[in-house]
Design a protein around this ligand. Sequence first.
Ligand code: FAD
Ligand code: NAD
Ligand code: NAD
Length: 471
Amino acid sequence: NLESAQETSTPPAPASSPAPPPPADIPDFAPYVLIGAGTTSFAAAKAIREKDPTAKVLIIGNEDYTPYSRPPLSKQLWLYEDHEAAKNLKFTASWSGGKVVDVFYKADFCSPKDLPNLEGGGIAVVTGRKVTSLDTRKKKIRLDNGSEVSFNKCLLATGGTPKTLPVFQGKGPFSTFRAIPDYKALDKLLDSAKSILIVGGGFLGSELAVGLASRGKDKGVTISQVFPEVGNLGLVLPQDVSKWTTDKVREVGVQVHPGTGIKSASVSEDGKKVTVVTDNGTELVADHVVVAVGLQPNTDLATSARLEIDKEHGGFKVNSELLACTDVWAAGDVASFYDPYLGRRRVEHHDHANVSGRLAGYNMTGEHQPFMHQSMFWSDIGPDVGFEATGLIDSKLPTVGVWGRKSSEAVDTPVDDYSKGVIYYLDKEGGRIVGVLTWNIFGKMDVARQIISEEKTEVDISDIVQHFEIH
Ligand code: FAD
Ligand code: NAD
Ligand code: NAD
């Protein structure tokens, strides 16, 4: 996990990497080539070196940084009181034991040029370079500067690109949010903007709305949020819980417009203001719009590689060992994998990037392990909402929720306080428990995984209360 990734650190990684190496410095062969320099590739690189201690691993990424963790970009960096430190991507979290950490993963990276000659092998990162084609037969990739690199084993860990909406394409004060430069630009904008509108009510839109409202409250910046669902995180939470969460987002100071679509958007003549017209005719005016409407998996390489794309879930289609074709694996956000318990799916979360990257790394060294581990994810939406979850978490599924009560309340009082509880998600056909979400209850994901693996169709309320210590 993030903690352990950040603690296996010798020496500290540079805050950013130098300019992309010139072509001559990029080796023409590496036994292991990992495409994309994100969490997935970093986890795979460490796993490869664990099983094959002299392995030579080349990571190629098109960002200007060595691999880093994205979750703090929408949470801790906005909440850490030491703003100067946060600007330098530093923060504290309770899971870091109060220590100041930064977003970068730490490893003893070597230079790409030295990699072929290092007897003990190593991990090298080429930054600022895009892989433009992959030949799975010749086992060769091509980079945007014309360099070619041959490999024995290759991992596709290209993640995704934020989607946008047609009304926000073209010129205007609009942006999406995924990476360090996006955090820096938005943080800077808080010094000049008076109003920021976030479009989208999912994980990113909801976390950012709260983060911006917290950081911007002393600066008098108005933060608004608009999305079609009944409440925040409406695609994953049951309706009542989603609406309750929206009340909490409002308490942090965000002006939330749930149940609202967007009809059009226009930019003022001086290019400094956007007017968004909603489907109920309301005009929302802002100095800037952040569009957070989901992720498009980066599968451009499928064409040159002749790999199959999953038409339903998106992403490269891989088997339960995360193999796309001989000697080419895919993991993380970009992989549509076969889950032996829950069927084919794709997961866009941090822990999945870690555990699937690690498994792909093991399998690249010659193991044949199926991907059986249920990853978890979490989110924090303001001071009163934090949750963890595993399995299929989708508001379209039937759910059973068990909520904590004050001892003075009669057991048949209708629930209207969703401060603490557990939600089970059931499959539509047989009522089997396929997902578990713990709300303001932490550290219970092993119990949740066990429940999913038992494939139970009976929900035993007293079991839930006892297992998850709800009261
Ligand atoms: P990515 O992190 O997207 O990395 C892929 C990398 O590959 C990128 O750097 C990309 O630029 C690069 N790339 C793509 N194509 C090419 C190419 N052709 N050549 C070279 N490089 C290429 N998840 C949680 O569980 N909890 C959270 O709290 C949480 N918070 C998040 C907050 C934010 C702001 C964001 C954006 C995401 C958050 N996530 C969270 C999701 C989590 O960060 C992702 O699931 C994770 O980053 C996926 O890792 P990845 O390595 O598969 O993909
Ligand atoms: P943290 O130390 O950053 O604390 C975040 C706290 O700030 C939470 O209690 C949250 O409710 C609160 N908060 C959020 N918005 C706020 C606001 N606007 N004003 C005031 N307070 C606000 O993080 P944490 O509590 O240690 O962990 C948060 C989540 O991270 C957990 O759900 C957990 O699952 C996850 N986690 C992740 C890892 C990892 O490997 N990445 C490790 C441990 C925990
Ligand atoms: P998401 O899939 O969580 O949410 C998409 C949102 O887009 C929906 O909630 C909906 O409100 C909105 N939307 C879709 N079409 C729309 C339209 N026409 N008009 C208005 N809104 C529309 O995606 P996201 O919130 O954009 O997050 C981006 C990526 O980052 C995802 O992969 C997500 O998993 C990841 N992320 C995860 C976490 C976490 O796990 N805690 C936090 C931040 C980001």
